[in-house]
Design a protein. Structure first.
Length: 76
């Protein structure tokens, strides 16, 4: 799981999933469903402090861990 974050003027303006879970077809399906929900929640919250997507706990954890690392690297 790897995401990239775009920050402009102190605001998270975009989150791009560079790599989602591709372990098996079910994981791919879950990740593809959860990623847009997570992106919307992160943009709304302006942080990685968002709730788990129901039925996508591992995807959510991986996505938010990668996001937090990107935010930390950006000094956000």
């Amino acid at each position: 799981m790897q995401v990239s974050v775009t920050i402009a003027a102190g605001t998270i303006t975009d989150v791009t999933a560079l790599q989602l879970t591709d372990k098996d077809s079910k994981s791919v399906q879950i990740s593809n469903r959860a990623a847009p929900v997570l992106k919307a929640e992160v943009l709304k919250a302006q942080s990685a402090a968002v709730a788990n997507v129901s039925g996508a706990t591992y995807t959510t954890q991986g996505y938010l861990t990668s996001l937090q690392a990107a935010l930390d690297a950006a000094g956000f």
